[in-house]
Design a protein around this ligand. Structure first.
Ligand code: ZN
Length: 107
């Protein structure tokens, strides 16, 4: 039986989802801020601190969670995983819809 390129793609995407198991929701945000200490270098309003956050909807409400510097690269990657997961899901759904429409035609 000749292989169906759509099914090959679907299989590859499904098998790839396991590598996205650590995905995180929301978006990764980089903010500049002053800490408020009068003697800090940020007090001039120019050399601000960089603060990293993930911005997430929790029960419909936007929430921001601080990300410690040592976790920034990890969290950034985990948030990107969600995008890849969504893209894979959209492609898989597209393939399945196409197959459904084909199935209907064949009946
Ligand atoms: Zn400061």
């Amino acid at each position: 039986m000749p292989s169906d390129p759509d099914l090959d793609l679907r299989g590859r995407l499904i098998r790839g989802l396991g590598s996205l198991r650590d995905m995180l929701p929301g978006s990764f945000v980089e903010r500049k801020r002053a800490c408020g200490r009068p003697n800090c270098h940020c007090a001039d309003g120019k050399q601000l601190h960089t603060q990293y956050q993930i911005s997430v909807l929790v029960e419909g409400q936007p929430k921001a969670f601080n990300v410690p510097a040592k976790l920034v690269e990890q969290v950034r990657k985990q948030v990107e995983m969600r995008g890849r997961f969504d893209a894979a899901a959209a492609t898989i759904c597209g393939i399945n819809l196409k197959r459904l429409l084909k199935q209907k035609e064949d009946q």
